[in-house]
Ligand binder design. Structure first.
Ligand SMILES: C[S@@+](CC[C@H](N)C(=O)[O-])C[C@H]1O[C@@H](n2cnc3c(N)ncnc32)[C@H](O)[C@@H]1O
Length: 245
């Protein structure tokens, strides 16, 4: 594992790499009409908080895809400790080529990862990899109302220009060939507990790190956390529960 990669310095060893919670992963699973799946893929799995929940809850191997090898090493280690090694298979892959590596996925899971391609582009790109009738469960940063403070709008216009409203994302899913059957907005505690409360002191401690890339990443994280405090409920992470046509 590279100890000096800025990504690793900033995020290495974190339990959560984005807003989310084990109980919410389980809640989303309960919303699905069935529990039996043949091919489950967790795309942009990171260090695998939700992968381990899926592996525990579903009696099937979970294929965990990420393009950052140190996160996959962390996941493999955690799976060994949890006695779940036989249910987690990691793949160091670019999510843009998911369809070249998997076919007939009947449950595609992605917490906080579709944004790397853009929500609509990810759904289009992954369409051929998902079986007809297969389920797709993604969480995505989304506008919740149009009341956001100008500073908040300006921050996200630069950090994630493709960020859509819930309505826009639902429409994008339908256009890409999926049926939407539910959405769920994560509570603010899913950002604060185990994520921002750990990230903030870590980022503050890295503000005078020797590597300028680490310092820049630390500043970006602190700015994002300040924006979250300012924003109230104007944006949030939203789960989209979809079924491929
Ligand atoms: C915000 S993190 C979310 C991780 C995890 N799902 C969680 O919620 O804790 C996004 C993940 O996407 C991965 N990622 C970014 N671009 C990727 C790509 N092109 N292909 C595969 N994974 C990618 C990152 O390495 C990171 O682990």
């Amino acid at each position: 594992m590279s100890d000096c990669d800025p990504i690793n310095v900033m995020y290495g060893g974190l339990e959560k790499l984005g807003p989310g919670d084990d109980y919410i992963t389980r809640l989303m699973l309960q919303k699905l009409p069935r529990r039996q799946f043949r091919l489950v893929v967790d795309v942009g799995c990171g260090s695998g908080r939700q992968t381990l929940v899926l592996a525990r809850e579903l009696d099937v191997v979970v294929h965990a895809v990420d393009n950052f090898a140190p996160f996959l090493e962390e996941l493999n280690q955690k799976a060994r400790v949890a006695g779940l090694s036989d249910r987690v298979q990691t793949h160091c892959l670019d999510m843009a080529v998911l369809g070249e590596n998997f076919r007939e996925i009947d449950l595609l899971w992605g917490e906080g990862s579709a944004y790397n391609l853009g929500f609509a582009a990810a759904l289009q790109s992954w369409f051929p990899a998902v079986a007809p009738g297969g389920y797709v469960v993604l969480s995505e940063l989304s506008w919740l109302d149009d009341e956001a403070h100008d500073t908040v709008r300006e921050f996200w216009a630069s950090a994630y220009p493709g960020m859509g409203t819930i309505e826009e994302n639902c429409q994008a899913a339908v256009t890409a060939g999926y049926r939407l059957f539910d959405t769920y907005t994560l509570p603010r505690t899913s950002w604060e507990n185990g994520y921002y409360d750990i990230l903030r002191p870590r980022a503050e401690a890295l503000l005078d790190h020797a590597d300028s890339a680490v310092r820049a990443l630390a500043r970006e994280n602190l700015e994002e956390i300040d924006i979250f405090q300012l924003a109230g409920d104007s944006y949030g992470y939203v789960f989209y529960l979809l079924q491929r046509n």
